[in-house]
Design a protein around this ligand. Structure first.
Ligand code: PLP
Length: 424
């Protein structure tokens, strides 16, 4: 038995399904997950010594690749000064000021420990600011695992074939309206039919949790103007798109200023960090400057702040974003060309440092469209690519990510492996 299989058997006696987050299991592609031992740059090695070119990158955070020397040094230096104080530190100011340079819409912000917490905080303060209860989300968009957001929540949930999660009382989701992604008309209908009751619209401005999905031209602009018209708070969940669609996220790329934003992933450089923030008048309502309670023992943890700050410094100073985007563009062009050559009947698309591939020809604008994709074929493709050392996300309902450390060699090896996988 390989070391991987032995570890997975052991893990299955410790954790539900042998994993600590469901998307890590290979349920939708078949086989067992790989136990990783180490990563360097674009490469990942498992416990049996097999190497992979990594397009998961810890599900997005590692825009500088694995174990970037400046990030590792910053973390080691911070840890040596003490792991946590539960009191303010200078590092929190430094990272906040860096974030504000990338995201000028974050006039005031709050550090939390995950994207889930960031979305919970943003929605709570939006509800308080508007004195309204209802929210609108889009099917296929994931905003963490808070009860009232586990409605048509994309990736992990759809991978498991659970439309919603048991354990969530129906009354907890009764304030959550769901509209199809890219359907501004549906949003307008909900707003008009429920006048004066919708606190917030929360959206992945480029979706990554139903697979990669662009907003249609005008969709985000219409959400902005509908929110203005109805006094509703527009929340961009940029946990995945932040620093990845453009350095300043999708809001920079599309030139739209949301009222509140959520960040995570890249902002922690591989450590657990989330952020919510935005308009000063709204964020001033958060305790202790206002009455909206939200707290965290490890929020703004100095070691996590150091990892985030080092990551943003490299992003600013070494054009890491440009390198990762160039790689995405070459990768997507190469995959599209291969698809044509091999009649693969698949669609490959990408923007910034995110991409997606799915076995579905023709246009798709919503999660409902995407469900028509051939997931069995994706599973076969995924397993073949993995055998050849290419680590794509183990679900066609997930986005892929590039880093500043992916090389021309990686590109050549990836395209060779993909050609073989498509033949098979
Ligand atoms: N929002 C988006 C857009 C995400 O992609 C994710 C995680 O994938 C989350 C929120 C939740 O973040 P976390 O897993 O850090 O709780």
């Amino acid at each position: 038995m390989s070391r991987n299989e032995a570890l997975f058997q052991e893990a299955s006696t410790c954790f539900p399904g042998g994993v600590n987050s469901p998307v890590r299991a290979f349920r939708s592609v078949g086989g067992n997950p790989r136990f990783m031992a180490r990563g360097k740059g674009s490469r990942l090695s498992d416990v049996d010594g097999k190497e992979y070119i990594d397009y998961v990158l810890s599900w997005g955070p590692l825009i500088l690749g694995h174990a970037h020397p400046k990030v590792v040094a910053a973390v080691a230096a911070a840890a040596a000064q003490g792991m946590s104080f539960g009191a303010p530190t200078e590092q929190e100011n430094r990272l906040a000021i860096a974030i504000k340079r990338f995201f000028p819409s974050l006039e005031l912000l709050r550090f939390v420990n995950s994207g889930t917490e960031a979305c919970m905080g943003a929605i709570r303060v939006a509800r308080a600011a508007t004195k309204r209860d209802n929210i609108i989300k889009f099917s296929g968009c994931y905003h963490g695992h808070a009860d009232y957001l586990l409605v048509s929540a994309g990736s992990g949930v759809s991978t498991l074939g659970l439309p919603d999660s048991p354990g969530v009382p129906a009354s907890f989701t009764s304030h959550t309206f769901v509209a199809p992604y890219n359907d501004a008309q549906a949003v307008e209908t909900i707003l008009k039919g429920n006048k004066g009751t919708v606190a917030a619209i929360i959206v992945e401005p480029v979706a990554g949790n139903m697979g990669f999905m662009r907003p249609r031209p005008g969709f985000l602009e219409t959400l902005r103007s509908l929110c203005d018209e109805h006094g509703t708070v527009l929340i961009f969940d940029e946990v995945m798109t932040g620093f990845r669609i453009a350095p300043g996220g999708a809001q920079e790329y599309f030139g739209i200023r949301p009222d509140l934003s959520c960040l995570g992933k890249v902002v922690g450089g591989g450590m657990p960090v989330g952020v919510y923030g935005g308009r000063r008048d709204i964020m001033s309502m958060v305790a202790p400057s206002g009455p909206v309670y939200q707290a965290g023992t490890l929020s703004g943890n100095p070691v996590a702040m150091a990892a985030g700050l080092a990551t943003l410094e490299v992003l600013e100073q070494e054009d890491a974003f440009g390198k990762a985007r160039n790689y995405q563009e070459h990768l997507v062009a190469g995959l599209q060309e291969l698809g044509k050559k091999k009649n693969a009947d698949w669609t490959v698309d990408g923007l910034g440092t995110m991409f997606g591939l799915r076995f579905l020809s023709g246009a798709a604008y919503s999660y409902e469209d995407l469900k028509a994709g051939d997931t069995l074929r994706f599973g076969r493709f995924f397993r073949k690519a993995l055998e050849s050392g290419i680590y794509f996300a183990p679900s066609s309902f997930e986005a892929g990510f590039t880093s500043s450390t992916h090389t021309d060699d990686d590109l050549e090896l990836t395209l060779k492996a993909v050609a073989l996988a498509l033949d098979a």
